[in-house]
Design a protein around this ligand. Structure first.
Ligand code: PLP
Length: 414
């Protein structure tokens, strides 16, 4: 029955990872997949997550019943507060529909399917470049894709004028996928002033923002990283938001995230939610409970009887602040690695301006290395990265910096 099935091409980043696994070299370095690694190159389980899991294990009233189609209600409320702000008018006015989805990916896909079925415009604009899986979600939903300028290879910075021009030329109502902070793969985010210009232009042109928030807290802090989303919500307009806890809580394999649709009225939000249920029910029926329970335990530690606690250390409810502190340690370490790599390249007199490595933010750096140089790094130095020259800074360690700098130096002076 299946003899005619053609072999699909390997998914590029998975092919890089497979090559890494098979490489016997003791020097090998994995800067491909976007996952956090310790200085020893090991995965990290956050103490806040460990503590939350312990609570769950000890909670004798807990069960493993099915969740509702839209997930754990408390998780949805807390996720919305995390991204929109605890006193967001849109939440207070009950016009946000938030549903627990299978992490950022599942949220993007459900959002894409929702738009394909219920929104009149079927073109989505993606940044050039963007996260490798983005086009797949929208293609699978049957939406047409276009790109907007984003990365300027000349400056290794933002091509802001190009971005505004492309958005200005988009058809009215087109969907625009935006990354709220820690842009993957470029590590370049617009400034607050630039976001304000983007917002004004998009609202003028009635473009629909779809925010992907996979790195909230990975750049500055929970609130600052949510700023672009909050700017678009503060003007009373609509938007979609996909949240992921993969990177921010290190819950990659738990597949925990949320899709929010900000609407103009409570009635619309409740109709939207009814349609989201119809999309989810035939797909996986309802989401998994464990990851969402961990996130809920951590996020709700921020509130006592529903009141936001400024000093989350009160009353022994420290999981939220422990999480934020741990996340800060991770991001500080990544910033240090950026500085170390930049200095190591300066020390070697490596041709080119490498200051973008420290200017870029979040987990990734688009190094500017071309495909040939990347292939050289893999072959000669066993350093693996995605073919576009993106490195996962969180996969680097201080002790590997000199080796990586030697390799980059060799690649660009070939
Ligand atoms: N969005 C961006 C920008 C990402 O970088 C990623 C993962 O790398 C995702 C979404 C999806 O991740 P997940 O499905 O694990 O939340």
């Amino acid at each position: 029955a299946f003899e005619q099935v053609a072999r699909a091409a390997d998914i590029p980043i998975y092919a890089v990872m497979a090559a890494f696994r098979e490489d016997p070299s003791p020097m090998k370095l994995n800067l491909g997949f976007g996952v956090y690694r310790t200085e020893e190159g090991k995965p990290l389980l956050l103490n806040a997550v460990r503590q939350a899991e312990q609570l769950l294990v000890n909670d004798l009233s807990a069960d493993k019943e099915y969740l509702p189609i839209t997930g754990l209600p408390e998780f949805n409320k807390l996720s919305a507060k995390l991204i929109f702000g605890a006193d967001s008018p849109a939440i207070k006015e009950n016009r946000v529909s938030t549903v627990q989805c299978l992490s950022g990916s599942g949220s993007l896909r459900i959002g894409a399917d929702f738009l394909a079925k219920h929104y009149y415009q079927h073109t989505v604009y993606l940044s050039q470049p963007t996260y490798g899986n983005h086009p797949n979600f929208f293609a699978a939903a049957g939406l047409a894709m276009k790109t907007y300028h984003y990365y300027d290879p000349k400056t290794n910075g933002l091509d802001f004028q190009g971005m505004l021009q492309d958005l200005g030329a988009a058809a009215s109502g087109a969907i625009v996928l935006l990354q709220a902070s820690g842009h993957n793969p470029t590590g370049i985010d617009p400034t607050a002033q630039q976001w304000e210009q983007i917002r004004q232009l998009m609202r003028l042109k009635r473009l629909l923002p779809f925010f992907d928030c996979a790195y909230q807290g990975f750049v500055m802090n929970m609130d600052a990283d949510a700023l672009p989303v909050r700017m678009f919500v503060a003007d009373g307009g609509e938007c979609l938001v996909a949240q992921s806890y993969s990177k921010t809580m290190g819950l990659y394999g738990e597949r925990v995230g949320a899709l929010s649709v900000v609407c103009k009225t409570t009635d619309v939000a409740s109709r939207v939610e009814s349609q989201l249920k119809l999309l989810i029910r035939p797909m996986y029926s309802n989401p998994p409970i464990h990851g969402a329970s961990i996130v809920t335990a951590i996020l709700k530690d921020r509130y006592i009887h529903g009141v936001y606690i400024l000093s989350a250390l009160q009353d022994g409810r420290e999981m939220y602040s422990r999480w934020v502190t741990e996340l800060k340690q991770l991001t500080d370490r990544i910033a240090t690695l950026r500085q170390q790599l930049h200095l190591a390249l300066l020390d070697r007199g490596t041709p080119g301006d490498w200051s973008h490595i420290t200017r870029q933010v979040g987990m990734f750096s688009l190094t500017g290395l071309n495909a040939e140089q990347v292939a050289f790094l893999i072959k000669e130095y066993h350093i693996y990265m995605s073919p576009d020259g993106r490195i996962n800074m969180a996969g680097l360690s201080s002790k590997a910096v000199p080796y990586l700098a030697d390799a980059i130096h060799a690649a660009v002076t070939l």
